[in-house]
Design a protein around this ligand. Structure first.
Ligand code: FDA
Length: 509
């Protein structure tokens, strides 16, 4: 009977009772599964056995969110908030306890003010939609957020959000200047009424802890009329290891206009299945090819970059390039969900000292033990603007001193075994992560909240979680900013209503 009572409660608290009924899905509704499944990004959680929400609310207005919060509290239900559904561990749509899901899918409006160089974007919009709407208004403006266009603004900004312009302009969260949030009391707050502590916490402290963020005001950034991209591929036989040693040394000293990430994977290179590693130097330069060639010749000559390797384009075309599209119209950025979903488990690390050659060789050996193409690493330079912002400016603490971030990935398809193959691949990545411990940041071993990883520690699903237990994962994501996050949480949500396996707990819990 709880869903029925909940529905009555929703209609009582919504501005327009008739419209809210059209926005609620229960398991007996024929659209329930399609609404639930559409933005689930990790196929590991797209199974009949995954716990499902008692009810999905897809608000059209703020009053629908307010009603969902008030009624969930009244009936003792937990709430999961979903924007783009890209959470690596599925925390926006999974819970072991009875819960409802608030899906922001209908709250996706974007208003760009090109003159003021700002935009208001609702949490349910995707990054692709945001980039598209900015480019529609101005070719001279862009926004420094993530690479994958189907990521939701809501979760991404909540955890920081980085992309190809991070070295020039920092994170998405560094460029948020206002926000609207519905708190545990159901009040709609903006930057002024929520106060600077809460406004600080929602820009990088991770989603699902402080309230439902409805929309964000962002500062747009200047982009040049021409940018240049290239992806230079080198195998071990082409001295990839030496190049990576060099890349590590100069990475965060390169000009801010240059972003070179490295994608590493293993390949079968010979007829007898001989293995090699392939390093792809995947690059954006905020300027034309001539200037880029000058920069790489003086600072990274070992790359041997030539004009033929490079392509000039507009910034918005570079968004398509990094998203892996080639030749598709810009409108592909308006797709609401991805067509290339896989099963995956990812982890993250921060590197503060270059990894020696012997360490790299140990990594390659471990890659060769796994199936070809399943494991991957993405190395991302820091430095530039990232090193200029103080560790405590926002909850995201990985700033000066970080050479680069590693994302460890293992992903596979149905054809490669689907969920039955999960134990093998998850076990491989955990063992690889153990090996990496000697080469990466320590005390704490830092991790990126937007690369959610429940292996590094969790709250109790039922009952309270004390500060000490939560610090185990909290300090890894936030370092000393974790304490301030706990303080904010204690002030704004002392009863711990907004909670999940890695939400910030209040002090008394
Ligand atoms: P989702 O809806 O799953 O939410 C994530 C978390 O935020 C959940 O805890 C959820 O409850 C909470 N939340 C969501 N909406 C909220 C709201 N309105 N108010 C309050 N809480 C809310 N990251 C990056 O920095 N750069 C990158 O380039 C990429 N690339 C990338 C590619 C792919 C394929 C994936 C799957 C992921 C990435 N990411 C990334 C990671 C991504 O930034 C991270 O998963 C974000 O949290 C996803 O935000 P969504 O809204 O899509 O997730």
């Amino acid at each position: 009977s709880t869903p029925m009572n909940f529905l009555q409660c929703l209609s009582l608290h919504s501005e327009n009772a008739t419209s809210i009924f059209n926005l609620v899905y229960t398991p007996i509704n024929s659209s329930y599964s399609s609404v639930l499944d559409i933005t689930i990004q990790n196929l590991r959680f797209l199974t009949p056995f995954a716990p499902k929400p008692l009810l999905i609310v897809t608000p059209l207005r703020v009053s629908h969110i307010q009603a969902a919060i008030i009624c969930s509290r009244r009936y003792g239900l937990q709430i999961r908030i979903r924007s783009g559904g890209h959470d690596y561990e599925g925390l926006s749509y999974l819970s072991e306890v009875p819960f409802i899901m608030v899906d922001m899918v209908n709250l996706r409006s974007i208003t760009v003010d090109a003159e003021d160089e700002t935009a208001w974007v609702q949490s349910g919009a995707t990054l692709g939609e945001l980039y598209y709407r900015i480019a529609e208004k101005s070719k001279a403006l862009g926004f420094p957020a993530g690479v994958c266009p189907t990521i939701g603004v809501g979760g991404h900004f909540s955890g920081g959000g980085y992309g190809t312009m991070m070295r020039k302009y920092g994170l998405a969260a560094d460029n948020v200047i206002d926000a609207q949030l519905v708190d545990v009391q159901g009040q709609l707050l903006d930057r002024e009424s929520m106060g600077e502590d809460l406004f600080w916490a929602i820009r990088g402290g991770g989603g699902g802890s402080f309230g439902v963020v409805v929309s964000w005001k962002v500062k747009l950034v200047p982009v040049p009329p021409t940018v240049t991209v290239f992806t230079l591929v080198r195998t071990l036989e082409q001295h990839a290891t030496k190049l990576l040693i060099q890349w590590q040394l100069l990475g965060n000293k390169l000009p801010d206009d240059l972003f070179i990430r490295v994608i590493l994977q293993s390949l079968n290179s010979g007829p007898n299945g001989t293995r090699t590693m392939q390093a792809s130097f995947n690059t954006l330069y905020l300027g034309g090819v001539d200037a880029l060639l000058d920069v790489t010749r003086s600072s990274f000559p070992e790359l041997n970059l030539t004009r033929e390797d490079c392509t000039e384009m507009s910034w918005i075309e570079s968004v398509l390039y990094f998203a892996g599209f080639s030749g598709e119209p810009l409108e592909i950025l308006l797709n609401k969900s991805s067509n290339t979903k896989v099963f995956f488990k990812h982890k993250s690390d921060y590197v503060r000292e270059p990894i020696p050659e012997s360490g790299l060789e140990g990594m390659w050996e471990r890659f060769f033990e796994e199936d070809e193409g399943v494991p991957l690493m993405i190395w991302n330079h820091y430095g530039g603007k990232m090193g200029e912002i103080s560790e405590s400016a926002l909850p995201f603490p990985h700033r000066a001193g970080v050479l680069y971030k590693i994302q460890h990935l293992t992903s596979w398809t149905d054809a490669e075994g689907g969920n039955e193959a999960a134990p093998k691949h998850v076990s491989w990545i955990r063992s690889f992560y153990s090996y990496m411990a000697q080469y990466v940041s320590k005390s704490p071993r830092e991790a990126y909240i937007n690369y959610r990883d429940l292996d590094i520690g969790t709250n109790n699903v039922i009952g309270n979680t004390d500060y000490k237990q939560a610090s185990v994962w909290g300090k890894k994501y936030f370092k000393n900013n974790f304490d301030r996050l706990v303080h904010v949480k204690t002030t704004v949500d002392p009863g711990n209503f907004f909670r999940h396996e890695q939400s910030i707990p209040p002090f008394s819990f």
